[in-house]
Design a binder for this molecule. Sequence first.
Ligand code: KG4
Ligand code: ZN
Length: 341
Amino acid sequence: MTENGIRILAIETSCDETAAAVVENGREVRSNIISSQIALHTLYGGVVPEIASRKHIEKINQVITQALEEAGCTLSDVDAVGVTYGPGLVGALLVGVAEAKAISYAKNIPLVGVHHIEGHISANYIENPDLKPPFLCLVVSGGHTHLVRTLDYGVYEILGRTRDDAAGEAFDKVARAIGLGYPGGPKIEEAARKGNPHAVEFPRARVGDSPYDFSFSGLKSAVLNHLNSCRMKGIPVIQADIAASFQKAVTDVLIGNAVKAMEDTGMKQFAIAGGVASNAALREGMRAACRERGVAFYHPSPVFCTDNAAMIGIAAYHEYRKGRRDGLELNAVPNLKLGQR
Ligand code: KG4
Ligand code: ZN
C-alpha cells in the first residue's frame, strides 16, 4: 500500500490496443500506456483477431514496463493487478489474462478481473472528482450500445441495449461503404464537419416494445441503399453530406433514448462512455440536452473514451475495495454480460 492508499497495475488487451496503467485510489492516473494496432488493422479494413493476439504478445511486457517506469514504481509497490477478462476477442483477452495471472502468481499480488464495459463507465471517475453513483450512463463503443443505470460502484441496471449493430460498428461499416476506411468513427466525424447533416434524412429507428433499446442495422442499410440509388441514377455521392447526415441520425437516436431515460428516472447525473463518446457532435448534443433539463453532464477526455488500461484500473479499484479477488483459474469470457461474475 502506498502512503496515499491503493495502487493498481491494470492491463487491457480485449481488442486492438495493448494497454497498461498504474492508478491510485481509484481516481489518480500515474501512467497510461497504449500501444495501438490501428495502423496494422487499417490495411485489412478492420480488426483481424489472430493478428491482434500476436501483437498483444509482442507488446505486453514492454507496455507494462513502461507503465511502471512512468509511475515511478515496481511490481513490489503494487497492491493488486486488474485485468479485462471480457467481453472481447478471446485470443486477445487471453494474452492480458495470462500476463496478469503470471504477475499475480510470481509476486503474490491479488488478481482482480474486470468487465470491459465497467471499465468504460469508470473512466468517468478519472477527471470528474464530484461524480459518484447513482447516475445514468450511455455506453457507446465498437461492440456495445447500452443505456445503463449505475446504482453503485459495480452495480448496474441495463435499461436499454442495441438489438443489432453497436453504434461504433455502424460508424465503422458506413465509413467503409463511403470509402473512408478504418476506424470509421473519427473519419466520419472529420468528414461530417464539412457536410450538411440535413442533406439526406436517414431513418431514426424506434424499437417498438422498448423505449430505451436501439437498432442501427436499418440505418446502415438506408445508407447503402442511398449510395446504390445515387450510383444508378448517376448522381454524385457527396461523402461529407452522407457522413454528416448519418452522424446526425445516430446521435439523434442515442440522445433521444437518453433523454427519455433521464425524464423517466428523474436522475440528475448523466455520463457517456466508450469510443463513440469521443465524438464531439454526440457530446455537444448530450451536453445541451442535459443542460435544458438541469442534469449534470459528465464525459471522459477522448483518450479515456477509447480503449485504455487506466479505466480498467479504476474499475478494479472499486472491485478490490469490495473484496473481489480472482484465483489463477480466471479465464477470458468473450461474451461476458455486465453485472455477471
Ligand atoms: O471503446 P472502443 O475503443 O472499443 C470497443 O470497446 O469497442 O470503441 C471503438 C469504437 C469504434 O467503432 C470507433 O469507430 C468508435 O469507437 N469511435 C468513434 C469515434 N472515435 C472512436 N465513433 C464516432 N466518433 C468518434 N470520434
Ligand atoms: Zn472498449
